[in-house]
Design a protein around this ligand. Structure first.
Ligand SMILES: NC(=O)c1ccc[n+]([C@@H]2O[C@H](COP(=O)([O-])OP(=O)(O)OC[C@H]3O[C@@H](n4cnc5c(N)ncnc54)[C@H](OP(=O)(O)O)[C@@H]3O)[C@@H](O)[C@H]2O)c1
Length: 259
């Protein structure tokens, strides 16, 4: 676990997982522009470091980085106490890190599938359990979990991925209800197709017919939903049609059309 510090401070930070790329990087830029101190997590230490330096130089905020493999690390339970020693509290947790693999189940290795479950579900669950208690004690804070439109139905050739996102949808909505009056906000954000390296990493081709959303717009819509105290938000330019399709099409037809 490499934790890089830029200055000593006792402040509340936004912890963003998967901040080295795509939607997570856009969250980091958005929060930095609002002068929010940041803790950025990902595996690619070089990318995290250069983003942290850029945001620190541009916005004058404290940005720490933590290079860690969230799918495999056994050190997560020690993170809150380590941060406490450094005078860091976390009042915004964005569980964004995630990946998918495209293909029939037998063409995806067990290791890839297990890592997907470990990152998309286990790490999200672990970080929530680790940071929620302090937020509840303080009676304030926010947890934003990035799911996907695929959290609402099983997508053939992305079986494990869509199952992991169903977990995120279900878990977040239940917690939002359990802690409704706690002062801590919960939001499950469900993007459709977004223009990030996600698809290439998943081994999926780029679809010319799809209008991929920008990461900036996903972040803006997610934060607007949080501000209006929503607990579930379908975000992105397709959201109108996504919502209509999800509400009026029978499940079997929806799966057929998306396959
Ligand atoms: N793009 C889309 O169309 C889309 C649609 C719906 C939902 N989403 C969701 O949005 C979230 C962000 O994805 P994205 O589109 O921004 O993809 P991305 O650009 O590939 O970003 C994924 C991030 O997760 C990090 N990550 C991956 N494996 C990790 C691990 N084992 N430990 C720690 N960090 C890890 C990556 O950083 P390192 O490589 O440095 O580890 C990267 O910063 C994901 O949860 C994804 O499922 C994406």
């Amino acid at each position: 676990m490499t934790l890089v510090s830029k200055m000593t401070a006792i402040m509340s930070y936004a912890l963003i997982t998967g901040a080295s790329s795509g939607i997570g990087e856009a969250f980091a830029r958005n929060f930095a522009a609002k002068k929010k101190p940041l803790l950025l997590i990902g595996r690619n230490e070089g990318k995290l470091r250069s983003l942290a330096e850029e945001l620190h130089n541009k916005e004058g905020i404290d940005v720490r980085i933590l290079a860690i493999d969230l799918a495999r690390s056994k050190e997560l339970p020690f993170l809150p106490s380590k941060l406490q020693q450094m005078g860091i509290t976390v009042d915004v947790l964005i569980n964004n890190a995630g990946f998918g693999k495209y293909g029939k189940d037998m063409d995806i290795s067990y290791e890839d599938d297990l890592n997907m479950v470990n990152l998309n579900c286990r790490a999200l669950l672990a970080l929530t359990k680790l940071f929620l208690p302090d937020m509840l004690r303080a009676k304030k804070g926010a947890i934003i979990n990035i799911a996907s439109i695929l959290g609402f139905f099983p997508l053939p050739k992305m079986a494990t991925y869509s199952a992991t996102k169903s977990f995120v949808v279900s878990y977040t909505e239940a917690l939002a209800k359990e802690y409704k009056d706690s002062g801590v906000k919960f939001l499950c954000s469900c993007p459709g197709f977004v223009d990030t390296p996600f698809h290439e990493r998943a081994g999926s081709k780029r679809f010319d017919s799809i209008n991929y959303e920008t990461t900036e717009r996903i972040v803006e819509e997610t934060l607007a939903a949080l501000k209006s105290n929503k607990t579930m938000a379908i975000v992105g330019k397709q959201k109108f049609w996504d919502k209509i399709a999800l509400s009026i099409l029978p499940r079997w037809l929806f799966i057929e059309l998306m396959s």
